[in-house]
Design a protein around this ligand. Structure first.
Ligand code: MG
Length: 160
């Protein structure tokens, strides 16, 4: 077993969709970024790459590469899953926290977990997604951005 941690922040701006764990969340602003700026999946991917000591998503999917402009982070998550499998690892479980003042994410959590489960091949019971506010403190509390943290465990792939 290997443990990994990931953290990411993106700025909230007008005229962008808010995509979290592959779910389009109804909200008047969205996250700014080169890809779809899915801050939660970015933190998850960094935790997975970190557990395998394979760098971070910035090295694997540079934001200077036009191939990744506007790309769904779910596609990147599938690429990270395939890369880890090639290196002999599979995701065992993951736990994510999305840190934002608004909107309330509870109605979306189930679909978020199912998206990650589908992209990583882990049962939904192995994927946890939680949301918290910061009691209006800091950049998340001022609704200037959204942060996400993730931890995960990798196990050795079965057919390795
Ligand atoms: Mg990011």
């Amino acid at each position: 077993m290997r443990i990994g941690i990931g953290y990411d922040v993106h700025r909230l701006v007008e005229n962008r969709k808010l995509i979290l764990c592959g779910v389009e969340v109804a909200y008047p602003s969205g996250l700014l970024g080169h890809s779809d700026a899915d801050v939660a999946l970015h933190a998850l991917m960094d935790s997975m790459l970190g557990a395998a000591a394979l760098g971070d998503i910035g090295t694997h999917f540079p934001d200077s590469d036009p191939a990744y402009a506007g790309i769904s982070s779910r596609i990147l998550l599938r690429k990270v899953t395939a890369l880890l499998r090639k290196e002999g690892y599979e995701l065992e479980n993951a736990d994510l926290v999305i840190i934002c003042q608004k909107p309330k994410l509870k109605p979306y959590i189930r679909t978020m977990r199912e998206n990650i489960a589908a992209d990583t091949g882990v049962p939904t019971s192995g994927i946890s997604v939680k949301a918290t506010t910061t009691e209006k403190l800091g950049f998340a509390g001022r609704e200037e951005g959204i942060a996400a943290e993730a931890v995960c465990l990798l196990r050795e792939a079965e057919n390795n």
